[in-house]
Design a protein around this ligand. Structure first.
Ligand SMILES: [Zn+2]
Length: 351
């Protein structure tokens, strides 16, 4: 299910923006004005072609790292971004953090040496059961400790069994977190204070369940640039796999920036009203709103966008969203040949 989900989302986000890709391929003009925006990207496996929906090839990661090594990008530890967003501090243009989920062996063997050679920091979200059980080509705790001792590497919390936590009872979800806590404490000597939801699935109830854990921030898995307009406990990440990790798409994404918006509806990603009534207000100083395109992952065409006044965008649907995980990607050309990108996830997962 996870593989299908990632695959499907990547297809949608790829084709919905690809026809206009030439826009981002032209010469980038660097602007130095700080902005309320950052891009968080997400990998799983490296050079493991038998897992195409979670893997990037070694050629692809080499190309990505060569691009990230250019001066126009500001690659920072994830915490630099989460601190800035929490404190509503602006960041240099093209501020980017790298995250890698689950703890596969190819991180140790392939990704770490490459990122280290390029002096690029990254955060690893480790789900503890698969490391303990040594299944799914996982790293060992010795290898993870070696990584954790590198100043470039941070470790994040990803639960124990990598379960569908929004569908667990509150006691079961807490028990899973606490099993992971015990393991991190035993193996690393501390419990990571930043969380990534397994499968990117979250809900208001799960957020409430996790609140006493006082995580510094929490990350989902849906395409969008991040900004302080969003809840720091449900931050977006752009996922890459080998079918949709070519350099053009990569450049388009790492050059994207958050669409400055407020008054986002609905407030919850749970589909309490289905179909949802989606709306947001774009800051008055943003031009070109007539060029915005919003692409729902479960439809084969752009959604009908209605503008209320100058700056309010409303999207309505005739049909309920089907069961499953969905998202809406809204993109629009912006200054400096960069795309504004705002995405929202929706979960219709039942109980
Ligand atoms: Zn994961």
């Amino acid at each position: 299910m996870k593989k299908l989900f990632i695959h499907f989302c990547l297809i949608i986000s790829y084709f919905s923006i690809y026809p206009t890709l030439s826009f981002a391929q032209s010469e980038v003009t660097a602007s130095s004005a700080a902005e309320d925006s950052a891009v968080i990207i997400m990998y799983h496996r490296f050079g493991e072609k038998t897992f195409p929906t979670t893997n990037v090839t070694l050629d692809q990661i080499d190309q990505h790292i060569a691009e990230l090594s250019k001066d126009i990008y500001n690659i920072v530890p994830l915490r630099t971004i989460t601190e800035a967003l929490k404190n509503e501090k602006k960041l240099p243009p093209r501020t980017i953090a790298i995250t890698i989920d689950d703890g596969y062996l190819s991180i140790y063997q392939q990704a770490w040496p490459r990122f280290k050679a390029a002096n690029i920091p990254f955060t690893l979200f480790i789900s503890t059961a698969s490391v303990n059980d040594q299944n799914k080509l996982s790293m060992t705790w010795d290898q993870i400790r070696e990584l954790a001792s590198d100043p470039l590497v941070d470790i994040g919390h990803h639960g124990h069994v990598h379960g569908h936590m929004t569908q667990m009872s509150t006691p079961d979800a807490l028990a899973d977190i606490e099993l992971a806590d015990e393991t991190y404490r035993r193996e690393l000597g501390y419990v990571p204070d930043i969380f990534a939801y397994p499968y990117g699935e979250y809900s208001d109830e799960l957020a409430e369940t996790l609140a006493p854990k006082n995580y510094h921030a929490a990350l989902g898995q849906y395409s969008s640039a991040a900004s302080s307009a969003r809840d720091v406990m449900t931050l977006p990440r752009f996922a890459f796999n080998q079918n949709y990790a070519d350099l053009d798409r990569f450049k388009l994404i790492i050059n994207s920036r958050a669409l400055p918006i407020k008054d986002i509806l609905p407030r919850s990603a749970n589909l309490e009203n289905n179909p949802p009534a989606v709306g947001f207000t774009v800051n008055e100083d943003i031009n070109g709103l007539s060029n915005i395109g919003c692409f729902p992952s479960h439809m084969s065409e752009a959604a009908k966008v209605t503008r209320i006044g100058e700056n309010r965008i409303e999207i309505r649907f005739d049909q309920p969203f089907p069961a499953g995980r969905h998202r809406i990607n809204c993109t629009m050309p912006g200054p400096d040949n960069r795309w504004y990108w705002f995405g929202m996830p929706f979960f219709n997962l039942g109980d």
